[in-house]
Ligand binder design. Sequence first.
Ligand code: HPA
Length: 250
Amino acid sequence: MTAVAIIGGSGLTNLKNLRITRREVIRTPYGEPSAPMVFGQLGGQEAVFLPRHGAGHTIPPHEVNYRANIWAIKQTGVDKVIAVNAVGGISPDYLASGTLVVPDQIIDYTYGRANTFFGSEHKKVTHVDFTFPYCESLRQTVIQAAARTQFKVVGRGTYGATQGPRFESAAEIRRMERDGADVVGMTGMPEAGLARELELCYVSIALVVNPAAGKAKDTISIKEIEKNLETGMVSVRSLLEQVIPLIVQG
Ligand code: HPA
């Protein structure tokens, strides 16, 4: 049985170390997911991969069909999801590019995104608990796997999810810092909330690719981000390969 799904973010449109066995287009009541599901083996275990921004990295964060993606993942029968997200660093421990963060909290600053499976078409008003937005057992597994690597990993942190696609102003980042956000990205929500609604055990591995706006002496350089994405995702792929066997054992 396929044990785990991986949602790839910017810089991770394919998993080079996934031994692909098949691809499947999954249709959902919410439209099409970002790409066909890619099934294969990673770290000797069955896994399924979905690139959030599409196979050719064409779907911007605010246009991702998060509901279709999460629904399609649920259809594959997995109950665990590892999402990979590129982020900017806000607080001091999170500023260095290449840092891998396993967030334990999230703040949603996004708007206008289809963010629930429980709208009025749903038979009954339904609420879900989101006190701890990420799956703690899977977070601990990721942290445990990370300890076996040489990468800099921070095992907690608050992810601030912004609307994008533009980066933030320096004042917006100062506000987010006052709110307690440690990193900022554009894709953490509504994905985490939707996963909770479908009772998926969901975690994020957030790769810091730049200091957030106003946190370095220069403005944000897209070139720099692209370079950091490329090098950082090598670490992410390698971490994923270490995590997957631990999940299946656990
Ligand atoms: N802000 C928002 N999203 C991001 C950033 C950022 O600085 N870096 C990577 N994704």
